[in-house]
Design a protein around this ligand. Structure first.
Ligand SMILES: C[S@@+](CC[C@H](N)C(=O)[O-])C[C@H]1O[C@@H](n2cnc3c(N)ncnc32)[C@H](O)[C@@H]1O
Length: 198
């Protein structure tokens, strides 16, 4: 077995053992260990949340005094401690639904693990991913409190730097991270954005 397959298998097994719905849960756990994004009592919005691995991690980290809201095109089995909306983040009505659930309070954290249906054509997939992440960033700007944090999944490629430049205008710190639970051969990376300015 190749090292990458062994690692994938290891995280799949770990997810099963620990009751996570998806191995992707470990990506958020590792990002949170490094950057302390989620805190007790945080209000979290998770964009592209199906099947719910990140929701499980977020709900546990924020505890009963926090709030977790997930959105996905797909339906998601209920997750204890999280509210889930089935909807498209590209629809303006989705922003209103999120605001309604937040009840007039701004979010502390916006997470985006959004992924398009991949075509296998690298340039096209990169462009679609950046486009989704840009929509997620717009949504984050309207939802986050000053000082809040965000995470955006991106794929490597030529449009990445421009996206990073845009993020830097809104956050005090923007870091590019590749958690070890993310497959090494995948071009997937995460932009960790700390301390929202405006
Ligand atoms: C990689 S999965 C997320 C995995 C999730 N973080 C977890 O841990 O279970 C990406 C998700 O983005 C969703 N997605 C893609 N485009 C979307 C859109 N326009 N609106 C809402 N969700 C979308 C997909 O349906 C898919 O479930």
């Amino acid at each position: 077995m190749r090292l990458a397959d062994a690692r994938k298998d290891q995280y799949r097994r770990l997810a099963k053992d620990r009751g996570y719905r998806a191995r992707s849960a470990f990506k958020l756990l590792q990002l949170n260990d490094s950057y302390h994004i989620l805190k007790r009592g945080s209000k979290v919005v998770d964009l592209g949340c199906a099947p719910g691995g990140w929701l499980q991690v977020a709900a546990k980290e924020v505890g009963s005094t926090g709030k977790v809201i997930g959105i996905d095109l797909k339906s998601v089995e209920p997750v204890a401690g999280a509210a889930v909306l089935q909807g498209n983040i590209e629809e303006p009505s989705t922003l209103k639904e999120i605001a309604d659930i937040l009840g007039g309070i701004k979010a502390d954290v916006v997470l985006s693990d959004l992924a398009p249906n991949v075509s296998g054509v690298w340039d096209i997939d990169h462009a679609r991913q950046i486009s989704l992440s840009t929509i997620a960033f717009d949504l984050a700007r309207q939802t986050l409190r000053i000082g809040g944090n965000a995470v955006f999944k991106v794929f490597e490629g030529e449009m990445l730097n421009e996206f990073r430049v845009q993020l830097r205008k809104s956050f005090a710190r923007v870091l590019l991270s590749k958690p070890s639970a993310s497959r090494q051969q995948s071009s997937e990376l995460y932009m960790v954005c700390l301390d929202f300015k405006s």
